[in-house]
Design a protein around this ligand. Structure first.
Ligand code: G1P
Length: 322
């Protein structure tokens, strides 16, 4: 049945099965902690940041993850590998719950780790995944950001992946930021008046805007847009042809934002407002906030931590905290 076969191949082409997770930054904001431990391995409650990022990718249907790692990458690889000693001890002690959790982490995804030999920027990090990604659409999840979906919403990656499967257009997740935050992000100027909607099921649809122009970390005076790129993307593999020739710009780095801007010249690129909560765990304050909020949502810790935080807030209020 040749027709059936052709249809199956077309269907397979559209599916987003792979993701690149750049995790090669030097983590200078977290020194001295990151002198020997990659920042993606810093812990949020009881799992490293990278665990939550990989989990988001896997829940969105990603099967193969290309991890672009720098120094200390072994710690990340080991985390997703079997740990015979620990597992043997847990098994002998009958600690089945934690044993199962470790097994789930190990079996989460097929992780292929690549070393980014030079820190030439995010665009270069993503380009390093080309040989493994090949000619398939792929997601990018920045390794130091976590998004959480409350009330069973879908994650940013899940929305972008589903959207690609319907539209075959590259996309990025965006969020509104305050004016004083504009220079910290890639900013997307979007066609807001022509908002479009995609329906994934009878009870789940998402709004999106076409991207008109992108600027990497502009001054708020350089653009009126307040839509910031969040660190979640899905790309058509054409982006690799652009990245291949991309020259360094801002901070003398090969910027992913520049490559997407170039992509918009001949292809539609869409932006999807983020539905859930985002944590910038690569930033000191963002990291602390994510630990507190993740702990507050953890049943084992909710009540004692809430009581402690309330008492602490009162002390701060009275000015008696030393
Ligand atoms: C990167 C991107 C930027 C994006 C940001 C999201 O910047 O270059 O466009 O808005 O991630 O966190 P970085 O924070 O790595 O400097």
């Amino acid at each position: 049945m040749p027709h059936f076969k052709t249809f199956e191949i077309l269907k397979a082409m559209k599916k987003v099965r792979k993701a690149v997770i750049p995790a090669a930054g030097l983590g200078t904001r977290f020194l001295p902690a990151t002198k020997s431990v990659p920042k993606e391995m810093l812990t949020i409650v009881d799992a490293p940041i990278i665990f939550y990022v990989v989990e988001e990718a896997v829940k969105a249907g990603i099967e193969d993850i290309v991890l672009i790692a720098g120094r200390g990458k072994h710690a990340i690889e080991d985390f997703f590998d079997t740990s015979y000693e620990v597992e043997d001890k847990l098994s002998k002690d009958g600690k089945i719950d934690i044993l199962n959790r470790l097994a789930r982490i190990r079996d989460m995804a097929n992780i292929i780790s690549i070393r980014q030999k030079q820190a030439l920027g995010l665009g270069h990090a993503v380009y390093s995944g080309r040989r493994i990604i090949g000619d398939e659409p792929f997601a990018v999840l920045l390794g130091d950001e976590i998004t959480v979906n409350l009330d069973n919403q879908s994650s940013a990656t899940e929305d972008l992946v589903r959207a690609f499967e319907q539209t075959e257009q590259s996309s990025l997740s965006v969020m509104k930021v305050a004016e004083d935050q504009v220079s910290k992000y890639g900013i997307a100027e979007v066609d807001e008046p022509n908002k479009q909607t995609l329906s994934f099921s009878s009870h789940h649809s998402v709004d999106f805007f076409r991207v008109k122009k992108l600027l990497e970390k502009p001054q708020p005076t350089e653009t009126s847009s307040r839509w910031a790129i969040t660190g979640r993307y899905v790309f058509d593999p054409k982006i690799f042809n652009i990245l291949e020739n991309q020259k360094p710009t801002k901070n003398n780095e090969i910027q992913l934002t520049d490559a997407i801007q170039e992509l918009t010249r001949h292809n539609v690129v869409n932006s999807y407002p983020l539905q859930g909560q985002r944590y910038d765990a690569g930033d000191k304050l963002g990291y602390l906030i994510s630990n507190i909020e993740f702990a507050l949502r953890n049943k084992e810790l909710t009540s004692e931590l809430s009581a402690y935080l309330k008492a602490l807030a009162q002390q701060i209020e009275k000015g008696s905290f030393k």
